[in-house]
Design a protein around this ligand. Structure first.
Ligand SMILES: C[S@@+](CC[C@H](N)C(=O)[O-])C[C@H]1O[C@@H](n2cnc3c(N)ncnc32)[C@H](O)[C@@H]1O
Length: 220
C-alpha cells in the first residue's frame, strides 16, 4: 500500500531517537506479544488513526485511566513526540504503531474497538488526489468490522472538500448512522478532544473545522 505525504519532517533530537530505539519496542503494537496481550484484555479500547503529535491520545488516556489507547501514525516525528510525553509522564495505557492505519485495521480482531477517531485526516482536496484520502469505502468498511456495534467514530476536518467527501462516504455507507443533534454542534470541538498543534494552525489561518460523530450500527 502506497504512503502519501510526509513520513519524516524536522531533524529528530538524539533524546527522541533513543526513545524510538529503546522505548517504542516496549509499547509497540508491532510486537506480537504486546499486540495479543492488549487485544485480549477486557478493557475498553480506543483507536486513533493518524494521531499527529499525539495530544489527544495523551489527554484521553489521562481522562480515561481504565481504557487502553491504540494509536497509529506513520509520521516518525509525531511518534517521537508522543513517546517523549508517554515516557516523561509515565503513562501506561497507550500503545503505538509506527505504520499505516489502513494496514493495521486488517490485523485487528472483529468487535475489538469501543471508540475511535480520525482527526483532521490529510485532506487531499484536489480531485485527482481523491484516492489518497484515508476515508474510502473500503477503509470505513474495515473500520466498521473492528468496531463494536453502536460504538462511536469521531472525524473532523477543516477542509470543505474533505468535509463533503467524509459526509458523503459515511451517509452512503449502511454500516454507519450520523449522530447529529444540530448543525451548530458540527462546528464545535467535542470536549473530549484537545486543541492540537494542527488545529491551532488551522484556527490561525481562519479555516472552519467540522466535527462528525458516526455510530457503527452493524454487528460483525
Ligand atoms: C493533518 S495531520 C492531523 C494530526 C492529528 N490528528 C491532529 O488532529 O492534530 C494528519 C496525520 O495523519 C497521518 N496519517 C495520514 N494517513 C495515515 C495512515 N494511513 N496511517 C497512519 N497515519 C496517517 C499523517 O502522518 C498526519 O500526521
Amino acid at each position: 500500500m502506497k504512503v502519501f505525504g510526509r513520513k519524516k519532517g524536522r531533524k529528530i533530537s538524539s533524546k527522541k531517537i533513543k526513545l524510538i530505539n529503546n522505548f517504542l519496542p516496549k509499547i509497540s503494537l508491532d510486537d506480537k506479544i504486546i499486540f495479543n496481550q492488549i487485544l485480549s484484555s477486557e478493557k475498553q479500547k480506543f483507536l486513533e488513526v493518524g494521531f499527529g503529535h499525539g495530544e489527544n491520545l495523551i489527554k484521553l488516556s489521562q481522562d480515561r485511566p481504565d481504557w487502553v489507547f491504540l494509536g497509529v501514525e506513520y509520521f516518525i516525528n509525531g511518534v517521537a513526540s508522543i513517546l517523549d510525553k508517554i515516557y516523561s509522564e509515565k503513562i501506561n495505557n497507550i500503545y503505538i504503531l509506527l505504520g499505516d492505519g489502513r494496514e493495521f485495521l486488517k490485523k485487528l480482531p472483529k468487535n475489538s474497538i469501543s471508540e475511535s477517531c480520525i482527526l483532521f485526516p490529510d485532506p487531499w482536496h484536489k480531485s485527482r488526489h481523491s484516492e489518497r484520502r484515508i476515508v474510502q469505502q473500503n477503509f470505513i468498511n474495515n473500520l466498521s468490522k473492528v468496531m463494536r456495534k453502536n460504538s462511536k467514530l469521531h472525524i473532523s476536518s477543516d477542509d470543505p472538500v474533505a468535509q463533503a467527501w467524509i459526509l458523503k462516504c459515511f451517509i452512503f455507507n449502511e454500516n454507519y448512522e450520523w449522530n447529529i443533534k444540530s448543525v451548530n454542534e458540527c462546528f464545535c470541538k467535542p470536549l473530549i478532544f484537545e486543541e492540537t498543534k494542527y488545529m491551532r494552525k488551522s484556527i490561525l489561518e481562519n479555516r472552519n473545522s467540522m466535527w462528525f460523530e458516526f455510530k457503527n450500527i452493524k454487528e460483525s
